[in-house]
Design a protein around this ligand. Structure first.
Ligand SMILES: NC(=O)c1ccc[n+]([C@@H]2O[C@H](COP(=O)([O-])OP(=O)(O)OC[C@H]3O[C@@H](n4cnc5c(N)ncnc54)[C@H](O)[C@@H]3O)[C@@H](O)[C@H]2O)c1
Length: 428
């Protein structure tokens, strides 16, 4: 069997390799020629996905990449994993999905299965994508081709979560579409959860992400409240999680990051408005979480003040620019908000991240592109008036940080258990 996977990013690439490992021949399609070239040369451009895995599947002739979308005529199923960002006005931008639909529609053959995986609002598959596919192909969904939605549940950089072990939801446009989608994913994933419709599957993915956003907002708010009472939120969460039922730990931080949690909830907000419905939890969680970088900056100001310094004129290092530990993904990272806010207040800013030697060009923080990670040694680290721990990568030596840094603002409890000087570490 041969399939096409469109969008070879953090979701599409590991999924392609999983299908290939399961014996399915995968044609990876992307509009970015640099990614296609790199993959065809056997190089993964995502740090936690080893190149050896790409080379193994290429050698077995089960994986190759291309920019030629006409080649979807070679395959029996197409899986779409393209970005779903927000526009500047925070409305959903499904143009990547629609453009993919336009690009593949003229080349779809009868009987093909098309599955959307990108996170999006309920109705995207059955309304928006279906219309583009039908209009440009002359085929009818449910009659001439199959259509389904199956959300990705990738947990990048977590070695305990293998793609094949994560149960996969699937909703079909018709019962026959669902059957085809379930049969396809069964080839590569151990457990498939069939759902009544594409819309229910789309809504489930949003629930999962909204759940995270709201719970992270809750602990972020409690962090500020408990700090005012002289209580450490980290101690409280670690104690609460000893309860064997009815509690699930979420941890505070400097703000939300990544392609999903800061963005996806607003896909629902937008769609709900069309039904005259308000999404109050999403709005409140958004307000609290987006205020976090400001809170961290205020704590940094207080920490510097204790040394008779101000942000204006100080040298400040943001430690960890990726949005989560042990990966090189810096999309929507709160680290960039911190750099922006501190610079605006007159600080000389820099970052250190072992996973991001140089900031790559991107949609949302292009003005930092080309900036290089500061060195890691006593002279460099000691030269900063303050170091803000934004992301706690395992690869960072926090013992050395305690010895070298003048002041540390810790948003991740990374300095727990380290020998530090009185007044050196400020939690934020
Ligand atoms: N990253 C995650 O952890 C994660 C987890 C679950 C769901 N998702 C969702 O999966 C989707 C993809 O996310 P991602 O993290 O893989 O994004 P990504 O930016 O890493 O990858 C998307 C890829 O699509 C390509 N692309 C863009 N437009 C295209 C087009 N018109 N045709 C073909 N290729 C195109 C890009 O070049 C890129 O390689 C999003 O909807 C996201 O919300 C992501």
């Amino acid at each position: 069997m041969k399939i096409a996977i469109i969008g070879l990013g953090y979701v599409g690439l590991p999924l392609s390799l999983q299908f290939a490992r399961s014996g399915v021949t995968v044609l990876g399609l992307d509009i970015d020629p640099a990614k296609v070239e790199s993959l065809n040369a056997g190089c993964s451009y995502i740090r936690h996905i080893p190149s050896a895995g790409v080379r193994r599947q290429m050698a077995a002739e089960r994986f190759s990449a291309s920019t030629d979308f006409a080649r979807v005529r070679e395959v029996g199923a197409v899986i779409i994993c393209v970005p779903t960002p927000l526009k500047k006005n925070r409305e959903p931008d499904i143009s990547y999905i629609l453009n993919t639909g336009k690009a593949i529609a003229p080349h779809l053959k009868k009987g093909v299965l098309v599955v959307l995986e990108s996170t999006t609002y309920p109705g995207t598959t059955e309304e928006d994508l279906r219309k583009v596919l039908e209009k440009r192909s002359g085929l009818r969904a449910g009659r001439d081709f199959h259509l389904a939605f199956s959300p990705e549940r990738e947990d990048p950089g977590n070695p305990d979560r293998r793609v094949e072990d994560i149960p996969k939801l699937a909703g079909g446009y018709t019962p026959a579409c669902l059957k085809r989608a379930v049969a396809l994913y069964r080839k590569a994933i151990k457990s498939i959860v069939p759902m009544s419709s594409c819309r229910a599957a789309e809504a489930t993915k949003l629930l999962e992400n909204i759940f995270r956003s709201v719970n992270i907002a809750l602990v972020n708010e409690l962090k500020v409240v408990y700090d005012a009472m002289g209580i450490d939120i980290w101690e409280v969460i670690n104690a609460a999680k000893t309860k064997p039922f009815g509690f699930m730990p979420f941890y505070p931080g400097p703000g939300l990051g990544g392609h999903c949690i800061p963005i996806d909830p607003f896909y629902l907000t937008w769609k709900a408005r069309k039904y005259g419905q308000n999404t109050r939890f999403i709005k409140l969680a958004g307000e609290i979480n987006t205020a976090m970088p400001h809170y961290v900056v205020e704590r940094t100001a207080a920490a510097l003040h204790s040394k008779r310094k101000s942000i204006n004129g100080s040298k400040i290092l943001v430690l960890g620019l990726a949005y989560k530990p042990n990966v090189d993904d810096d999309r929507e990272s709160p680290g960039y908000h911190l750099l922006d806010l501190l610079k605006k207040r007159g600080a000389k800013v820099a970052y250190h991240d072992p996973y991001i030697p140089t900031v790559r060009p991107s949609r949302e923080h292009s003005h930092w592109a080309g900036t290089k990670s500061a060195g890691w040694n006593r002279r460099v680290i000691g030269s900063f008036d303050a170091v803000i721990i934004c992301t706690a990568h395992r690869a960072v030596n926090y013992r050395q940080l305690a010895q070298w840094a003048q002041l540390i603002v810790d948003t991740r409890n990374a300095m727990k258990g380290m020998k530090t000087r009185p007044g050196q570490v400020w939690k934020a």
